[in-house]
Design a protein around this ligand. Structure first.
Ligand code: MG
Length: 253
């Protein structure tokens, strides 16, 4: 498993790609309202990407038909934008990537529409907090699985479960580089983290069990038990100290 170490110039390109993704996610978080279709969110993403002079990472990737993944309620990831109408009380997960100067940025947020259930709120807080716990564990000299263990501990101590079949990943010139970054597992395993490594950390967390299945459209991943799911993602670079967040979206808590 070769982990590509990025030069400062390469990390700078990733910072620019990450900023594009972060700022468009912030725009989407403000513009997403009950009554809209999920396709309208993809349209906004396409328009904003063009304004930034960036290319969509997802469109056409493995045949994916859109620039944005929109996953609602029990949908975990890879929801395809379409005619589905967003309703009050929904959790909407938005995930997309952008290419700037040959490097990818990839990030995701989950947002609650109108008044959401207590469980939905707790689930989103746990998922977002677990991402921050993972970032805090991403220090030089630590092992890769220290990140995984920090995320799993944070989620499970709050009574939720971590999706196993989909993981975070290395990122750079390719959207998915080695290694995979699971959101579970014991600490102290895997490669030792070094300055210049770049990862997309992305806990996917279910209110019920961790198992998932794929819908008949061959893309959309849903929870096997129909429970709610949330997803937050940021790209990071390993530094001499705390990890640098390359796609630093900010959302009100
Ligand atoms: Mg990703």
């Amino acid at each position: 498993m070769a982990i590509i170490i990025k030069s400062p110039g390469e990390i700078d390109a990733m910072r620019r790609a990450g900023m594009v993704v972060a700022s468009i996610l912030e725009t989407l978080s403000k513009e997403t309202k009950a009554g809209m279709t999920t396709r309208q969110l993809d349209d906004i993403t396409v328009k904003e990407l063009a304004k930034c002079g960036a290319t969509a990472s997802f469109k056409g990737y493995g045949g994916f038909p859109a620039s944005l993944c929109v996953s609602v309620n029990d949908e975990v990831v890879h929801g395809i934008p379409g005619d589905r109408i967003i309703h009050d009380g929904d959790i909407v997960s938005l995930d997309f990537g952008a290419i700037v100067d040959g490097f990818h940025g990839d990030a995701a947020i989950s947002i609650g529409i109108g008044k959401i259930s207590h469980q939905a709120k707790q689930l989103m807080e746990a998922t977002r907090g677990s991402l921050e716990a993972g970032i805090a564990a991403a220090r030089p000299g630590a092992h890769l699985s220290d990140i995984s263990a920090a995320i799993q501990h944070y989620v499970e101590s709050r009574g939720f479960s971590v999706v196993r079949e989909y993981t975070g990943h290395g990122i750079g010139r390719d959207m998915h580089e080695d290694p995979q970054v699971p959101n579970f597992g014991p600490p102290g395993h895997g490669p030792v983290l070094r300055k210049g490594m770049t990862f997309a950390l992305e806990p996917m967390v279910n209110a019920g069990g961790w198992r998932t299945k794929v819908k008949n459209n061959r893309w959309t991943v849903v929870t096997a038990d129909g429970s709610l799911s949330a997803h937050f993602e940021k790209d990071i670079a390993i530094t001499d100290g705390e990890a640098e967040v390359l796609s630093p979206w900010e959302l009100p808590t």
